[in-house]
Design a protein around this ligand. Structure first.
Ligand SMILES: C[S@@+](CC[C@H](N)C(=O)[O-])C[C@H]1O[C@@H](n2cnc3c(N)ncnc32)[C@H](O)[C@@H]1O
Length: 230
């Protein structure tokens, strides 16, 4: 399994995501995390570090040793297991497992995404919740999702297979660098079925962390599935 976040991608990650909202995400997650939180695809700890600062026990799983190294530079209090979030286990159970910022799309097969739900459920205590933030699958074969003086982002979609590739062109030290990363899109309904296979049921679905209603116009969703209590 290739690490698309190795090297300079990991080094630049925090600077390039510095404008993304963090507090609304932590406000949403913290009340669910009294029994500890497990972040799948924890990355550099963009969300996990501020969550842990609220006194919550946080652990993580990530494929990328370089992304985890960035997190370890910030804190020694968040253990990270290196491996695939569909199969990698950590010690203990949690009241919350979560995967944000479309990272479930990084798992590029249906079998793998089903495995992510099973793995999340296996780490949850009875009554625990699994939270996913992910975009609603787009339809345009090509879509520019970012355009600035230093970055151009283009999604290339293959709706028949649910594969898509995000092409990033980034201006670094006066030269344009390209990084093209493969993903698998997944609809809310397919995610609900994956949750059901893992023994969980949908509790909430919002259009964002501020709990705006999810509608036919929503471009993404924040969904909460629950493991049965006892
Ligand atoms: C866009 S980053 C998100 C990081 C962090 N969750 C955040 O919100 O900033 C995606 C992360 O997913 C990780 N990743 C990709 N595929 C993975 C897999 N199969 N298992 C575990 N982590 C994976 C990458 O290494 C990277 O750290």
């Amino acid at each position: 399994m290739k690490d698309w976040f190795a090297g300079r991608v990991a080094e630049r990650y925090d600077a390039e995501t510095a404008d993304m909202p963090v507090e609304p995400v932590v406000d949403f997650l913290a009340p669910l995390a009294a029994g500890g939180a497990l972040e799948l695809a924890i990355g550099t700890g963009r969300i996990a570090v501020p969550l842990a600062r609220r006194g919550i026990r946080v652990a993580g799983i990530d494929l990328s040793e370089d992304m985890a190294a960035q997190l370890r530079r910030k804190t020694a209090d968040i253990p990270v297991a290196i491996g695939d979030m569909a199969t990698t286990r950590v010690d203990g159970t949690f009241s919350l497992a979560y995967v944000v910022f479309n990272s479930i799309n990084n798992v590029t097969t249906q079998e793998g995404q089903v495995g992510v739900f099973a793995n999340a459920a296996a780490h949850l205590e009875p009554g625990g919740c699994f939270v996913v933030e992910v975009g609603v699958p787009g339809l345009a074969p090509l879509e520019v999702f970012d355009l600035s003086d230093t970055h151009v982002g283009i999604d290339e979609r293959h709706p028949g297979t649910q594969e898509f590739v995000s092409h990033h062109f980034t201006l670094v030290d006066g030269r344009w660098e390209r990084n093209s990363v493969p993903f698998r899109s997944v609809s809310p309904g397919e995610l609900d079925l994956m949750a059901r296979l893992a023994g969980m049921t949908l509790r909430e679905r919002w259009s964002g962390w501020d709990r705006t209603p999810f509608t036919a116009e929503s471009l993404k969703h924040v969904s909460v599935w629950e493991k049965p209590a006892g």
